[in-house]
Design a protein around this ligand. Sequence first.
Ligand SMILES: O=P(O)(O)OC[C@H]1O[C@H](OP(=O)(O)OP(=O)(O)O)[C@H](O)[C@@H]1O
Ligand SMILES: O=c1cc[nH]c(=O)[nH]1
Ligand SMILES: [Mg+2]
Length: 219
Amino acid sequence: MHIHNLSETPSILNTFMSELRDETIQKDSMRFRRNIERIGEIMGYELSKSLQYDAETIQTPLGKSETVLHRKDIVLCSILRAGVPLHDGLLNYFDAAENAFISAYRQHKHDPESFEIIVEYLACPSLEGKTLILADPMLATGQSMVATFEALKPFGTPKAIHLVSVIGAQPGVDFVSKAFDQEVHLWIAAIDEKLNDKGYIIPGLGDAGDLAFGNKLQQ
Ligand SMILES: O=P(O)(O)OC[C@H]1O[C@H](OP(=O)(O)OP(=O)(O)O)[C@H](O)[C@@H]1O
Ligand SMILES: O=c1cc[nH]c(=O)[nH]1
Ligand SMILES: [Mg+2]
């Protein structure tokens, strides 16, 4: 897996990251969602540099200009709920993309330290020969990302796969890396050291879904 950790070069991205993590600032849910969206935009731009483009000549009012074509073979797939603002940011840039949504949430069993991934909803176009961008802001154990990829397999084989995340934990990044047998790029803004015994990233930022959209009752 090719890992592109975008916070290694200090930039405005690091400011957005510190606002997401700051326990006072992150309480403003509109700002929290917008910061994830802004990171999605930055990730989309950085990722776009690795794609291939066809050249096209367009007519301006005063002459002809060589340009590159908007890519139309991209499928953006995000994992509900926390993936929604990241999806919005990516879609702001890849506005010609097709879109897929999947619900993959962690359901804790009787023992609070163990959980399974529940996939209940999946809407996806054909992935055959397309560029798949799979987005989820939190990559903790990596199980949601891998379960999602497994669930997408019947929709065809993408020609390229890009995973987009905001914060990962090293054990989850290692888990995801082993799960893919084809070339995969991971675009991420931080890789934290570890998980706690409930599978939360330490130091991480807390629960991204709840911070973006409010608490949910455990089913
Ligand atoms: O790498 P993993 O260990 O699988 O954890 C990461 C998952 O946890 C979060 O979702 P969550 O289950 O909290 O659902 P939510 O977005 O509805 O809050 C997050 O958005 C990821 O999907
Ligand atoms: O730290 C974590 C782990 C999973 N999901 C989150 O929202 N945060
Ligand atoms: Mg959550």
